[in-house]
Ligand binder design. Structure first.
Ligand code: ATP
Ligand code: MG
Length: 300
């Protein structure tokens, strides 16, 4: 496949899952088992596309780095065992580690809680020329914190500021924040890896039954699973209110890992493609300088 074809394929793979305007979004419209009619038999072909895509991504990232203008922030949100870690690992596998920064957000520390909820994320934003990855993010503030209101009480926010509109207020704050990031050259893309409850059960059982996977299991995973419906409602509301043209959500079917990786890689390629990246142009005086330096070396 030539590069133009890969760009075209990448666009076709991710476009069906991109949400630019959340107002009519319904989670039930996305089937976690969807593979866009690619059968498991197409897996080798999909893997080939993924391999070529990853190579292309590395090239694009080198230009992003050389140009040093835009930063790209990829946010991953999902229920446990949806495949965040594996997807990040595969999609970014070809990229120069110096140009990529990954951060996993866990439960906030005492220091984090002494600040507003965007504080810790803001410190981890990628620099210009870099791709930053948030494994979980400030969106947890509208997910786990919403499903477990006692976490909000623990946050030491002045009580008079907590009211029933707090989630809508947070959506608005996040929309403004992402708009601010865009206008500062930070391109935000958000991925919800949408796994089904049935597939999560299968993956949890594997973690429990295969000794080499035991370490991945934590008892809290089962506790969160019990709140499945509340989480799905929170995800739907979040996507409805925070999907914008500048910072779209991709709701990625996650029951088939090979397909999840393909869609995410495609979306990253499509995103970098939209930036029209190129190596910085060398000015005429700089060219003369390079020629002089070359001459000096040759004459040594
Ligand atoms: P793994 O795949 O290794 O399980 P993980 O992302 O689930 O990765 P954990 O250490 O298991 O990592 O979980 C991190 C926990 O931190 C999650 O339960 C998440 O909901 C919680 N968390 C993240 N951000 C916040 C937040 N702002 N407030 C409260 N809890 C949070
Ligand atoms: Mg976990």
């Amino acid at each position: 496949m030539n590069q133009k074809e890969i760009h075209g394929r990448a666009h076709d793979f991710c476009a069906p899952f991109r949400i630019d305007d959340g107002s009519r979004f319904r989670l039930r419209d996305i089937n976690p088992g969807d593979t866009l009619n690619l059968e498991a038999g197409n897996k080798p072909e999909a893997q080939q596309v993924l391999r070529e895509g990853v190579e292309l991504l590395a090239e694009m990232q080198a230009k992003l780095y050389a140009q040093d203008r835009w930063a790209v922030l990829l946010i991953f949100q999902a229920m446990d065992a949806a495949g965040k870690d594996g997807t990040i690992k595969h999609v970014m596998s070809g990229i120069n580690p110096q140009g990529c920064q990954v951060h996993s957000f866990k439960a906030p520390s005492a220091e984090d809680l002494d600040h507003d909820y965007l504080w810790r994320c803001n410190q981890r934003l990628p620099e210009r020329g870099r791709i930053g990855i948030f494994n979980r993010s400030y969106y947890e503030e509208t997910l786990v914190v919403r499903v477990h209101p006692e976490l909000l009480a623990h946050q030491s926010i002045p009580v008079e500021l907590i009211n029933k509109n707090i989630w809508q207020q947070r959506f608005e704050q996040i929309r403004h924040y992402e708009n601010y990031l865009f206008h500062n050259g930070v391109i935000v893309r958000k991925f919800f890896l949408h796994v089904s409850k049935k597939e999560q059960k299968r993956r949890f059982l594997q973690r429990l039954e295969k000794p080499e996977k035991n370490w991945k299991f934590s008892a809290s995973d089962i506790k969160e699973r019990a709140h499945w419906d509340a989480y799905m409602d929170a995800y739907e509301d979040m996507i409805q209110h925070t999907a914008t043209p500048h910072a779209p959500w991709y709701v990625v079917p996650a029951d088939n890992k090979w397909f999840t990786r393909l869609v995410v890689a495609a979306a990253v390629i499509d995103t970098l493609d939209s930036l029209n990246l190129h190596y910085p142009q060398i000015s005429e005086p700089a060219k003369v300088e390079l020629a002089t330096a070359r001459q000096q070396l040759l004459e040594e």
